[in-house]
Design a protein around this ligand. Sequence first.
Ligand SMILES: [Zn+2]
Length: 279
Amino acid sequence: MPEIHFDRFYRYDDLTRLLHTFAQEYPNLAKIQSIGKSHEGRDVWLLTLTNFQTGPDTEKPALWVDGNIHASEVTASTANLYFLNSLLTRYGQDQAVTEALDTRAIYLCPRVNPDGAEWALADRPKFIRSSTRPYPYDEEPVDGLVGNEDMDGDGRILQMRIPDPNGAWKACPEDARLMVRRDPVESGGQYYRILPEGLIKNYDGVTISISRSKQGLDLNRNFPVNWRQEVDQHGAGPYPLSEPETQNLADFIVNHPNIGNAITFHTMSGVLLRPYDDR
Ligand SMILES: [Zn+2]
């Protein structure tokens, strides 16, 4: 069984090795392939999971599973890995898993956006929404806070507290590392403003605007269904499937009409979102 840990996040090279090890150790149940390259040229890995002795995947109803289209949502990759590990290690022992892999196929793409995840997991991480491709402008932001960078090199992107008598935050009495809201009528204490860790360019001494990210794409908004142009939907890209990461998925899914269901893992909201049932 491949050695896998769920208490850490895997960078691209380690993830690549791990996925190939699963495919090598379970040749009857798993195959690995690249479904295309990312913007920076990384292979996007996909595992086909089924019992190949009961027939090819393409002749079985299939489930699509993916994750980590958004750069920092590396937990979504972990969820994919957990699912992968559960299926392969429980086959032959768990009746539902065995039946699923005997009669169905699962296409698993644990890291749709390997470039963005690599930035998020770097020694000096950088937080971006999804693709590392500059959009819509290929130039550096001019003024304001160029945020979400690890400025002090501690490997983490945190927040900056700036003393300000009019600030809306104060240190938590129980643990000064935390910030809590100042009461609206409270005065006389030490108050702060909070900004994302980053670099302020051309500070005028008064206002700090948050500059727009140079990497402004949101790959999740680049799919053809209900695609809207930039003015309506920030980060949607110049046209549907303009980006290699979304094109990779669309090509594979269009070429596999046996796919009947899909689950795409994200983080942040803690919700289950379903497509509109009236469209
Ligand atoms: Zn997301």
